[in-house]
Design a protein around this ligand. Structure first.
Ligand code: ATP
Length: 331
């Protein structure tokens, strides 16, 4: 049975009259990787601070492992490992020395701390850099060490704020793979905030789309697609090699709800996957089919669609919306 480990009930934070987070209801299950997705200023960090008990909600509550975060912040901090977007280390100390220091701060007994720190460094793939000074570390290595920092206290939940910021593509791939492995090996619950749609899509089981303090939607990619593109979730594009394209009105494609022609490509949408029927139909009619492609929606399209819907309904958010897509759409 699914067991919620993070619960937000009507979570709200106002700064004066400004609503940074507005009436957030969200539940994350044990073992999930959940992506909190939204543009700058959406309220992701404020939400994380409330989850950690570091800022008091104006209304509502956040619970982690059943513990109210603002009333009992210290027990919550024992359960949660938090990695901010910019992790700092003592540059003159080695990775091992840095981690031993963090281990001591977390109350790990002196006789165990060195071994545990070593184990953690191996766990995050830094075994060859154990005795290197962190001042020489690349951004990717620092992120791994940051992860070891939060894992050393054996948390049940880890919260990562923009963990891939500043990593090159190979570094992003490796880091996300590490998160996936940790999640699988330890059944660790992961909440990660990001504005990189493509990256979130690669690693998260479920995402929450967050804009201007509101959670617009949450679910896995299939659910979000289903909600958004209700009218015609299956789209097939067929390319024909022909001098004369068929007349749309005359096409009698079984199950097709919408047909559009663009150059030599015919796009057909339906409630179910009718690809074999479509191909059979064109071949039977004597056309040369040169390609058939199923269109699948990614987080990019989903986000854009939710965002555009939100802009239509809520004109004051328009400014932040445009700037987000201006910057991140192509990533
Ligand atoms: N202490 C504060 N006082 C007043 N306003 C604040 C405070 N902290 C955050 N805000 C505002 O609340 C809104 C949400 O900020 P928040 O940092 O949570 O967003 P975010 O989604 O994490 O974005 P980013 O990725 O830029 O950090 C922003 O408009 C921000 O300016």
């Amino acid at each position: 049975m699914e067991q919620p480990i993070i619960e937000m009930n009507g979570l709200t934070k106002h700064y004066g009259s400004f609503k940074a987070v507005d009436n957030l209801h969200l539940s994350i299950n044990k073992g999930e990787i959940f992506g909190l997705l939204g543009p700058n200023g959406a309220g992701k960090s404020t939400t994380i601070l409330m989850l950690l008990g570091l800022t008091i909600p104006t209304a509502g509550e956040a619970r982690i492992c059943g513990i109210n975060a603002s009333r009992n912040p210290i027990p919550v901090k024992r359960k949660v490992g938090y990695m901010p977007d910019n992790v700092g280390f003592y540059n003159e100390l080695t990775a091992l020395e840095n981690l031993i220091y963090i281990g001591r701060l977390n109350g790990i007994p002196e006789k165990e701390v060195k071994n545990i720190a070593r184990e953690m460094l191996v766990e995050v793939g830094l075994e060859t850099a154990i005795n290197k000074k962190t001042g020489t570390f690349s951004r990717g290595m620092k992120q791994r060490l940051g992860l070891a920092d939060v894992l050393i206290k054996q948390p049940e939940v880890i919260i990562l704020d923009e963990p891939t910021l500043g990593l090159d593509p190979a570094g992003v791939k490796d880091f996300l793979e590490l998160i996936r492995q940790l999640n699988q090996r330890q059944n660790l619950t992961v909440l990660l905030s990001s504005h990189h749609l493509h990256q979130v899509q690669q690693v998260c089981n479920r995402v929450g789309i967050f804009v201007a303090g509101h959670l617009l939607a949450e679910g896995n990619i299939e659910t979000l697609t289903g909600n958004l593109f209700k009218t015609a979730p299956y789209v097939v594009q067929v390319t024909l090699k022909t001098a004369i394209m068929p007349d749309v009105q005359a096409l009698q494609l079984p199950g097709a709800e919408k047909i559009t022609i663009n150059g030599d490509v015919i796009e057909i949408s339906g409630q179910e996957d009718i690809t074999p029927d479509i191909v059979r139909y064109f071949v039977h009619k004597g056309f040369d089919v040169t390609s058939v492609q199923k269109k699948t929606y990614g987080l990019d399209e989903i986000y854009q669609q939710y965002f555009e819907n939100n802009l239509k309904e809520n004109a004051p958010n328009e400014k932040s919306g445009r700037s987000f897509f201006g910057r991140f759409k192509k990533h």
